[in-house]
Design a protein. Structure first.
Length: 157
């Protein structure tokens, strides 16, 4: 079974040449999976970007955003951290072989640490992950809010 999990990425590369346009994302995701045990025991920490910390503190604030260019800049800063915003008609095809390989990799890596959930709570990794997820949620809320304000002001985005 492990052979099939490790063979899936090679198979995906052979059968999906159009999907090779995003090797950086694949490499980044693979690196995240491999370094998960270090984050679980608190050795490696994920830093919350300052723009998300600010969004978490005041997601609906408009201080310093009096002009369209300021709104556009604030939205751009959030896009750089969160990735592109949702647009209609921009659906991506899912790479099933890649998802299978990712799931297999996560299973193998997560099996390294027994009682992973408990270890994450004791080391502080789980609360840190919850803080990061709350900041990301606030970033999404802020971006949507700013887009609405920009739209109401008839700013070009």
């Amino acid at each position: 079974m492990l052979a099939a999990l490790f063979a899936a990425p090679a198979w995906a590369q052979q059968t999906q040449p159009a999907q090779q346009a995003q090797p950086d994302a694949t490499i980044k995701r693979g690196g995240e999976i491999v370094t998960q045990p270090a984050r679980d025991v608190g050795v490696a920490r994920t830093k919350i970007p300052p723009v998300l910390e600010a969004a978490h503190e005041d997601p609906y604030g408009l201080a310093g955003l009096g002009r369209c260019r300021h709104l556009t800049q604030a939205i751009t800063e959030l896009n750089e951290v969160l990735g592109p915003d949702y647009t209609i008609g921009n659906e991506k095809k899912e790479n099933r072989a890649g998802k299978l390989a990712e799931a297999g990799g996560k299973t193998v890596i997560n099996a390294i640490i027994p009682f992973r959930g408990l270890v994450r709570e004791v080391t502080g990794a789980a609360p840190a992950q919850r803080r990061l997820e709350a900041a990301i949620d606030a970033g999404f809320a802020r971006r949507g809010f700013l887009r609405g304000v920009a739209y109401s002001r008839r700013c070009r985005l």
